[in-house]
Design a protein. Sequence first.
Length: 206
Amino acid sequence: MSVEAKARGPELTSVQRILERTIHVIETAGEAAIRTNPIAFECGVTPPILYRAYGSREGLIIAAQAERYRRSTEDATTYLFRYIAEANSRDQLRENIATSLDFIFSDHRAANRRLRAEVIGSSMSRPELREHIIRIDNEYAAAVALRYQPAIENGWLPPERDYAVIALWAQGIINARVMVDTGADAQTLKAWDDMSKHAILSTIFD
């Protein structure tokens, strides 16, 4: 069952409170600190309401991790989509995407990259969570491809490319940035960013 489906029903407010509290516990103390009964009581509901919504402690963790991943994707796409929409020429579109990549690779997004790595790591032993991540990634890629459609119609982008696949590939590069966030010197970080930007922009435009 999807996270969204689990959040519907007469207990919508209670279910959302449970999810938010679970996310908070994960982000402050980790998955091991999740205790269903205390979370239910802290949210002003009885444990049966929690179990009716999420099925089990494991189901609750999966829902919370999937929501964390979804929000991290939404944050970045809102920024990217605004820059795509504001472009009035091919050159401006390229410059705007480069600017969005500068932001996505920046130190300001380091916590977001760690979050995504944590959720992906958590999904390795959880097939249901992996399914959520795949769905979120595919929805993101389809949305990116849709946003590029006006640029294709204007002749700014090659029409034969699969921009959904490109978006998934670029997201893989962005996710991998977490591997150099800790320990790499400034020169290495800049070189990584420059090479990654060049690869992504060349694949989209050239």
